[in-house]
Structure formats: C-alpha cells, structure tokens
Design a protein around this ligand. Structure first.
Ligand code: ATP
Length: 327
C-alpha cells in the first residue's frame, strides 16, 4: 500500500443514487484543499478499465450539489469481475500515478473494491451510495432519503385517488433484495400491508386482513410491496387477491425509476458532503480499504473486507409498528 498519497481518483459505480454528485464534489474539493491531484473516472469500473479518466478541479464540481444522478455517470462492468479486467484497471491508475481511489456505490461495488485492493497497491475508500440502504455499519446511505421521500410523495397522491374511489392499491417500490424503501414509505404513508424480502410474506394473512377490513367497511387499503418480495411483485399480489376476492376494485402502481432521480434532499446532500470529506481524510491519514459510514452520528470506518460480509438487518418490530398503526 502507498505510504503517502498525492494523486487520487473518484468514481461512481452500480446503480445511481441522488446525492452522488454532492459526494463527488466533497471528494474533489477536500482533495484540492489538501493539495492532492484529483481525477474523475467516467462510468465506474468500465471507464476505469478503458482509461476514461480526466483531471478535476474545483470548477468541475461547481453547481452540481443540487443535481440528481451523477456527472461522472455510472455503470456495471462484467470485465472488472475478471482478474484480467482488474489488471487493466490497475495499469490505467499506475500509468497516471494514481494511488488512491474513492468509489461511490453499493455493496457490489465494495466487493469489487475489496478484491482490487487485495490484488494491487491501490488504497480504496468506499462511500455508500445506494437508494437501497442495504449496507451494514452505517445508519445512512447516500440517496436513500431522497428515494424514500419520492416514494412517500407518490403514495400520498395515490391515496387521494384511492380514497375518492374506495379502492385497494398495490404499490410496488424499488428494492430487489432490500425492503427499506417499502418499510419506511409504508409506515410513513399508513400502508395497511408492507411486504418486504426480509420477512416471509403470508399472502393468506394479507387476504384475510382485507376481508376483515371489508366487513368493517374499511374500503381503502394500500399495500406497499418491495419489488424483490419473496411472494413476488405488485402484479403477483394483485393476481392472488383477485383470485381470492373476485370483484375487488384493485389497482396497481409500479413506481419504478422515478425513485432514483430528482434533486437530493438536504439529508442526502449533507451526509454525502460529510462522507466525501472523510473519504479524503482517510486517504491522507493512511486509513485505507475501508468504507466511510455514519453510526450514531459518529463517523464509522468499516474495513471493506467486513463490509462485504454483513447485510443490514430489518427488525421485526418495525413491521409490527406498521401493522398496529394501520388498523
Ligand atoms: P446497487 O446497490 O445500486 O445495485 P452495487 O454497487 O451493489 O449498486 P453492483 O452491480 O452489484 O452494484 O456492482 C457494481 C459493479 O461492481 C459490478 O458491475 C462489478 O463491476 C463490480 N463488482 C461487483 N461484485 C464484484 C466482484 N465480486 N468482484 C469484482 N467486481 C465486482
């Protein structure tokens, strides 16, 4: 590993998330403050392998803190999964004298960074940039707050029309492996049922609760389901309900990619700025191959080797709260 770092690069990898730009800005400006040379890498590990790398200065990150997406673009790279691909990536950094790499991404990107840092003398720092919030060791991930607020605002709107027509709505939110968006947006909008991958879905119980509510003349019901729920997505839930409660007024709304976009919330800009600053501090202080999280309002530095092994845990208490409050 390098003793002292004078050149670093920053990139985004995996799915984009609102607030990535604020993180890139913080990395670039903190690096310049410390008189480091700083480079941007376009399109994640793909751009790294192809050498799509350019020098950045303070002006390159002007007027981006409020913008969703990422000015560096992001990608998934099959080639980086291979030793040959990673060797090419290393050559691109080595030939430019870059010793430190900051990667904004999710757990997959951290896995890549962990392997890369074991194979080559490049100091890697991860910043948790994912709307899924499925990374253990941090209370926040960059983009979650914006995504979940987008979902809340959409579900509130759907409730207005559901109330007017006495309808059951099934709303699918993002989360292939993680139910955080569903759980938070479901509780925050008073959803009657919240279905997430981390808890086994008892679809019979869902139907029974709807039938019981029908008897009580509670006609408006909202089911929030994560796309990766073990029973299936919103369309599967709709099919089952229609088969078991024929004649029900059911509508499905799949929120999709609107959850990824939009101007980041204050919280996402703030944590991205704080984490980006500390990513560079880590490189300056020789704290290598960690990801920068925030736990109980303190910075938390988790070795990448540990980060790839653990998943965030969703407590059953939260689902219970959702259920009790929505009766
Ligand atoms: P999101 O949470 O938004 O899905 P992510 O970072 O988890 O983001 P992935 O597609 O899982 O997204 O990973 C991004 C990239 O990281 C992959 O395209 C690949 O290039 C690299 N990567 C993932 N896993 C590995 C691995 N085991 N070895 C090497 N590289 C990997």
């Amino acid at each position: 590993m390098p003793n002292k770092i004078s050149k670093i690069a920053v990139m985004c990898s995996g799915g984009d998330s609102p607030g990535m730009n604020a993180g890139v800005r913080a990395v670039v400006r903190t690096a310049i403050y410390h008189k480091l040379e700083v480079y941007g890498i376009m399109r994640g590990y793909s751009g790294l392998i192809e050498g799509d790398i350019f020098p950045m200065d303070s002006r390159s990150v002007a007027n981006i803190i409020q913008r969703g997406g990422t000015i560096l673009k992001t990608a998934r790279s099959k080639e980086f999964l291979t030793p040959e691909g990673r060797a090419k990536a290393y050559e691109q950094l080595k030939s430019r004298g870059i010793e430190g790499l900051v990667i904004l991404g999710g757990d997959g990107s951290f896995k890549g960074a962990e392997i890369f840092s074991r194979e080559f003398d490049i100091a890697c720092i991860g910043l948790p940039g994912t709307i899924d919030k499925d990374i253990a060791g941090t209370d926040f991930t960059i983009g979650f707050d914006t995504a979940v607020n987008t979902a809340v605002s959409a579900i509130d709107k759907i409730r207005d029309t559901a109330e007017s027509h006495d309808r059951l709505f099934i709303i699918e939110v993002m989360g292939r492996d993680a139910g955080y968006i569903a759980l938070h947006s479901g509780i925050a909008t008073g959803a009657e049922n919240i279905l997430i991958p981390e808890a086994k879905t008892d679809i019979e119980e869902v139907v029974q609760s709807l039938q019981e509510k029908e008897k009580r003349k509670k006609m408006v019901n909202m089911i929030v389901v994560a796309e990766g729920d073990d029973f299936g997505g919103a369309l599967d839930v709709e099919k089952y309900i229609l088969e078991n409660m024929p004649g029900s007024e059911v509508r499905v709304c799949i929120l999709g990619h609107i959850q990824r976009g939009g101007s980041p919330t204050c919280l996402d800009r703030f944590i991205a700025s704080r984490m980006g600053y500390h990513a560079v501090e880590c490189l300056i202080n020789g704290k290598y191959n960690v990801f920068v999280g925030i736990k109980n309002n303190e910075m938390n530095y988790i070795p990448l080797s540990k980060a790839v092994k653990y998943k965030q845990h969703i407590g059953s208490e939260w689902l219970k709260i959702g259920k009790i409050l929505s009766t």
